[in-house]
Design a protein around this ligand. Sequence first.
Ligand code: EPS
Length: 379
Amino acid sequence: MKLTTAGESHGKALIAVIEGLPAHLRLNIEKINAALARRQSGYGRGGRQKIEKDQVEILTGVRNGETLGSPVTLCIYNRDFENWKSSMSAEACEQAKMQEKSLTKVRPGHADLTGMLKFEQEDARNILERASARETAIRVAAGEIYRQYLSALGVEIEGYVKEVCGIKDEGRYAFETLARAKTTELGMLNAELESQAKEKIAALRAQGDTAGGVVEIRVKGLKCGFGSMMTYAEKLDAQLAQGLMSIQAIKGVEIGDGFGVASKSGKDVHDEIFYEDGKGFYRKTNRAGGIEGGMSNGEELVLRIAMKPIPTLMKGLQTVEFGSKEVAVAASERSDVCAIFALETIAEGVVAEVLANAVEKRLGGDTMAQICTRYDALP
Ligand code: EPS
């Protein structure tokens, strides 16, 4: 299943085309819009979210609430385009309007400078419009479709915020308790830690600074044997890391005990194997995070991702003005202080995309009924 997204942050719209979805996948469009609303919310978000009210429009591939098997096209209109028309239209724009919206005091940590050098641009606007995390809106819409595909097989994905700028939740939570994170302001499950994290974000906002954090994503119901150790491209852990790393601002991905395995000896890292009639093979621990040899082993998948603080700081860092090469303060008009709550929804969608593709690769199928039958027949 191939996903292509397109669209600039202040352009007319964001678009996604998904090829290869089976026929008869019943879509819950309200759930897609709920995921979009969640991505827009959370404590620490900025002014742009007051302008947008993201709603998906399905342009192709779905009839009467069900996929047809043809390419599915999704569209989210950018309301802010109304304010940017004169400098973001495909048609010729007035130089003065382009100048007004140009950005040359390049932001450390953003794609601005490297993108300008690579694509031979003198205005970072031509880089940042695509680099912006606004693109995650359409990835969430597509991700929710993959999530509904997996849900039809009994595979569920949930996540929560584990850390905000040094405030860490070391708790261990049962899968069934994770959904509650979506009803909190920051996606944390410990109310005391969440209130500390909110204070931290408020203080950083006052200082013109920003915050990142860690999100944990878990997957329940994925049977043994998805992905393969036969070739490196088929390894499920490699595919998940690639997908999660491709989300804007992600600097680290851990599976299971992740970096923690390096400081322990083998007996404290590997999950011992047991067998019981009726239950089959099982493990009492899950330090591997549900993946061994690049394949799902039937245990829960446990993934963690680290998000860097957003690189648009209201109190801009030192930089160099691109044209004059003079010392400058990095550009800022408005920014989020922290988008960690949004990341949870985005990461769920990306994990769903990777897993739906792994299912498709192994089970094929033209219709949802065929795929469900093949999935149910697996041990
Ligand atoms: C975003 C929209 C953007 C940014 C943010 C994500 O809106 P604007 O640039 O109009 O304020 O708030 O993008 C970035 C963090 C970034 O560095 O580009 C969104 O809808 O998520």
